[in-house]
Each structure stands twice: as C-alpha cells, then as structure tokens.
Design a protein around this ligand. Structure first.
Ligand SMILES: [Zn+2]
Length: 156
C-alpha cells in the first residue's frame, strides 16, 4: 500500500499525473477553488500540493507542500524526496487519467477495445476500474521509466 495521499492544486496537473504513474492516490480537480481544495484535503486526509505562497492561498492549512520548480519532472523529484516516496512498488497500479486503480486483464477481454495492431503485438494488458481505459506494456512504458529514472537519479 502507498501511504501518502495527495490533492494537487490546479497549476500542477502534470505533477498529479506523474504521481499517479508511481501509484500514489492523487486527486486533481482544477475546478475546485483553494477553499474547496483545502476542505477536501482535510476531509480525506490528503496532503495539498501547490506552487507559490501557501500561506496566502491556503491560510491555516497544515498539510501543504509547495514545489519550487516550474518543471514537472523536477517537481516530482521534490515531492519524492520530501515525503520519502517509494517510486517503484506502486508503479503502473493507478490510472493517470482518472486516478482509478488498474489491474491486469485477460487479453481476450479487451479484444475490440484497442487497435488490432496493438492487440496483435502485445500480450500484457491492464484495465482501469474507474474509467475503463485499457493500458498495455509497450515500448512507451520503457521510455517513460527511463525518463523517470533519470529525473529521480535511480533505476526503476
Ligand atoms: Zn481511469
């Protein structure tokens, strides 16, 4: 299980997606204003991730972390270090689009839901329990992992 749960402020959507990629439960609802966002964080025991002056934006909130970098991969590194996150154990367990959990699914079950070429080439498929999106283990996965490894300075 991944210990920390987050809610990402509207300006750091890409960071939210990267945290989901590592398996961390991260709410991202850009339509929420700071007051609503702080209320959600308090209610669900989530850490608020933001950028800029937290005291002005979230007065009184205690569980806030403000990233310094403007560059999402660098922001990810800041969060991983600050909370000693494990970037490996939850990798590919969460949907980057909706934050739902993804799990392996039999190849036959997703026939017709991916392009015929993809169905033909790949054998490992996953499906999101939240939005139904189908993922597969392709070359893009290796590329993303390589980039993440570079950013975090360790092998994934
Ligand atoms: Zn999903």
């Amino acid at each position: 299980m991944q210990g920390h749960r987050f809610v990402a402020d509207r300006m750091i959507g890409r960071l939210a997606r990267m945290l989901r990629l590592l398996g961390y439960d991260t709410v991202y609802q850009p339509e929420l204003n700071p007051v609503e966002l702080a209320e959600l964080a308090r209610r669900e025991g989530r850490i608020i991730l933001t950028r800029g002056d937290t005291r002005q934006r979230f007065p009184g909130a205690t569980n806030v972390f403000s990233v310094r970098s403007e560059y999402p991969p660098e922001q990810l590194r800041e969060v991983v270090e600050e909370f000693s996150l494990d970037p490996k154990s939850g990798l590919w367990t969460r949907c980057t689009v909706c934050n739902g959990c993804i799990s392996p699914v039999a190849k036959e079950e997703i026939k017709g839901q991916v392009k015929p070429k993809v169905y033909e080439i790949y054998s490992e498929f996953y499906r999101c329990a939240g939005c139904g999106r189908v993922y597969w283990h392709g070359s893009h996965v290796e590329r993303i992992l390589k980039n993440l490894s570079l950013v975090l300075g360790r092998k994934l």
